[in-house]
Design a protein around this ligand. Structure first.
Ligand SMILES: C[C@H]1O[C@@H](Oc2ccc([N+](=O)[O-])cc2)[C@H](O)[C@@H](O)[C@H]1O
Length: 504
């Protein structure tokens, strides 16, 4: 036992190195990393790829992005995918989550024309991964809708469910013989924020309408793809299909019943709206949210609720359509009814529930304005999901920390160590967490923040035409955690030269 750990056990007061150090991750637990197509691929118009809503938005409205950049080249993974797989081997991950670009596969979004060069690119990547025993996890949709479909209304058009089903069929048919983990949608809240705010493409800003309509259509699209897999592909391919929700951690600002209820309302409005229809016992949108939006809509003079509800048939069609709960987690906040101010956009979902949030100044600020470190946040959100849906199998599909440029990223090292302690704490208490995928394999195009925020285990040099990737300190630390299956707070890399371990 190392000296610091020994002292810790004697004093029983630990900071960083602590008595839990020997806890190991269970055998069933998988580790990996994630990326997304628009954020890394580049080659925005190469080999027949069609335009998507991020191409369109960044080209027609460059000032929407903090540093006026775009994903035209990004990490150039379209040409560098073999180096990406080499990095995965260096790290020793067992799962790589990446997304496929709808408009690289179907340039116009619709299934009449398949771009074989796009299919070939993903086949090459998948085959390279499997050569080294790395399991691919495909996200079918990570925010990059073909522009043509946006011109037809995008997620505001109920036909999106059919368009998505057709696209998913091509993905399952092309890759499902080798890929056993699929995710239909990454973070519906962020997809739909593109229809209810200026925060994401296509920046429609139909607040309190567009986001709700998108939620309904997206859930129906997801369910169609899930049933399609069940009926046509699962019998021969035998994989799993999940859905990824972004869940922040929350705590009531005070012990009052109002603030405890505010936690519930906030959960309903920010993630229950997407998760309850699939994972709850009864299905459908969360009850109080439905009531509140209906009441607010009536008070605002609308003759029907701005939240279009499901029919009973639709509820049944969506309920249970996920084989696991994929969760992306970053920030946390205190919530309270007393913090609500009527300065929220009206109408909007936060105005509908009349709840406000607060993150103390003492919480460490990441490089992303929206992301402060709430103490114990990973444990808190895992317990919250478990309490809401006790039987569900959870995979943390994204978690990480943003910094500016620099290789010695001790903040990120501390972040990963304490996040993974939170995972172990939750597992100890019966939460069914089966995997953890760090965000991200490498720095990439961080949506509205461009390249100004960095989430990578590997730093990417955007000045270099080859987009050289260099491992950060956190890459060595995460590698050691995956290799030993425990969190050694004392571990320091012997050198900062990355190699591939035998057998990887
Ligand atoms: C850094 C990754 O963020 C994911 O999306 C978000 C965005 C905003 C929040 N939030 O809590 O405010 C959480 C997650 C996204 O899926 C991924 O692509 C990365 O950009």
């Amino acid at each position: 036992m190392k000296l610091a750990v020994l002292l810790c056990s004697i004093l029983a007061v630990c900071h960083g190195a602590n008595v839990k150090q020997t806890r190991t991750f269970p055998n069933y637990f998988v580790f990996g990393v994630g990326t997304a197509a628009y954020q890394i691929e580049g080659a925005w118009n190469e080999d027949g790829k069609g335009e998507n809503i991020w191409d369109y938005m960044t080209h027609t409205n460059p000032s929407a992005i903090a540093d006026l950049t775009n994903g035209d080249i990004a990490c150039d993974s379209y040409h560098n995918y073999k180096r990406d797989v080499e990095m995965l081997r260096e790290l020793g991950v067992s799962v790589y989550r990446f997304s496929v670009s709808w408009s690289r596969i179907l340039p116009q979004g619709l299934s009449n024309y398949v771009n074989e060069a796009g299919i070939a690119y993903y086949n090459n990547l998948i085959n390279e991964l499997l050569k080294y025993n790395i399991q691919p996890m495909i996200t079918i949709y990570h925010w990059d809708l073909p522009q043509r479909l946006q011109e037809l209304g995008g997620f505001l058009n109920p036909l999106i469910a059919e368009w998505f089903e057709d696209y998913a069929r091509i993905v399952f048919r092309s890759f499902g013989d080798r890929v056993k983990y699929f995710v239909t949608f990454n973070e519906p809240s962020e997809v739909c924020s593109g229809y209810g705010s200026l925060g994401k493409a296509p920046m429609l800003n139909e607040t309190g309408f567009g986001d709700y309509l998108c939620a309904k259509n997206l859930l129906l699209a997801h369910a169609r793809a899930y049933h399609l897999y069940n009926n046509e592909f699962r019998p021969t391919q035998g994989g799993v299909v999940g859905f990824i929700v972004s869940v922040g951690s929350t705590a009531p600002l005070s012990d009052s019943d109002e603030d405890k209820y505010a936690v519930e309302l906030y959960a309903q409005a920010t993630w229950g709206i997407y998760a309850d229809p699939i994972y709850s016992k009864e299905g459908g949108f969360p009850k109080e949210l439905v009531e509140r939006v209906a009441a607010k809509s009536a008070a605002q003079g609308y003759s029907r609720s701005r939240l279009p509800d499901f029919t009973e048939e639709e509820k049944a069609f969506i309920l249970g359509t996920s084989d696991f709960f994929g969760v992306n987690h970053y920030s946390g906040t205190y919530v309270s009814q007393s913090l609500y101010t009527s300065q929220h956009a009206i109408p909007s979902s936060l105005d509908d529930i009349e709840v406000g949030t607060y993150s103390p100044d003492e919480w460490l600020q990441s490089a992303s304005w929206w992301f402060k470190l709430m103490p114990n946040s990973v444990y808190i959100f895992l317990k919250h999901i478990h309490a809401r849906y006790p039987d569900v199998r959870i995979y943390i599909t994204e978690n990480g920390w943003s910094t500016r440029e620099g290789i010695m990223d001790d903040e990120r090292v501390d972040y990963y160590r304490s996040a993974l302690e939170g995972v172990l704490d939750a597992i100890d208490e019966g939460v069914k967490v089966h995997g953890y995928l760090a965000w991200s394999l490498m720095d990439n195009f961080e949506w509205m923040a461009g390249y100004s925020e960095r989430f990578g285990l590997y730093e990417v040099d955007y000045e270099d035409p080859n987009r050289t990737r260099t491992p950060r300190k956190s890459a060595f630390i995460y590698k050691n955690i995956m290799k030993t299956r425990l969190i050694d707070h004392e571990y320091e890399p012997e050198s900062y030269v990355m190699t591939i371990d035998e057998g990887r």
